[in-house]
Design a protein around this ligand. Sequence first.
Ligand SMILES: C[S@@+](CC[C@H](N)C(=O)[O-])C[C@H]1O[C@@H](n2cnc3c(N)ncnc32)[C@H](O)[C@@H]1O
Length: 239
Amino acid sequence: MKEEIIKYLAQLKEILKNYQRSKPKREFDQFYATEETLIKRALLIKKFYKKVNGEILFLGDDDLTSIATSLILNSPPIAVVDIDKEILDLIDKISKDYNFNIQTIQYDLRNPLPKDKFYNFNLIFFDPPYTPLGIFVWLNRALEASMGKGRNKKRKSPDFLKNKYYFLCYSYGERSLERGLEIQRIITQLGLIIETKLKNFNKYYNARPSDLYILKPTPKIDLRKIDMKRKAFYTFERG
Ligand SMILES: C[S@@+](CC[C@H](N)C(=O)[O-])C[C@H]1O[C@@H](n2cnc3c(N)ncnc32)[C@H](O)[C@@H]1O
């Protein structure tokens, strides 16, 4: 193990040992990643964060990657959206105790994100439910949260797109490559490109490793579709 990882791993474990974590909830597809994985994720995020800055978004965070990221990146602004109040309360508590800069939002990501806050994030991390629908929905949330507002020409310009990075975790076994292919198809259909794929990057307790995909939006993104989904956000808006 690299020295840097060993150092941060000890610091993270020191923080986490003071808090009681609930058991992973099957109803939310939770499996906890190992602490070493959290450190590796945060170090990777750090590399990209240097280029883009801004607030980092986590779409679900039972693993507590936001905590490892706060530790290693020196408390950058972070937003964590999750359906699970217990996870969010824990993140809030750690964030307060350690003076991290994390805002938590309880929200069901099966619904489009409200457009007042979620529109211009550059760096978005997620370990979604590993079903084609789960991946599709989370990728749509990432697009909504990052693809900006205003003139489409600007939103599709290389200068705008170059700052956008989505980190997706997903696993398929060597014996079910067609599952990986299906996800690749969803990624392509949405107009995203796989910039990097790190095999077995994420390790978990009681689940097999998953890959980490680094995705970027291309000018093939269908902005009209993304905007339409959010237009009628509340029932009354549908008329
Ligand atoms: C989906 S789980 C990880 C799934 C896992 N990788 C698997 O094997 O399918 C990651 C996070 O998403 C959260 N989550 C699950 N369903 C959600 C929903 N509808 N809205 C928001 N967050 C959700 C969980 O609470 C957890 O913190």
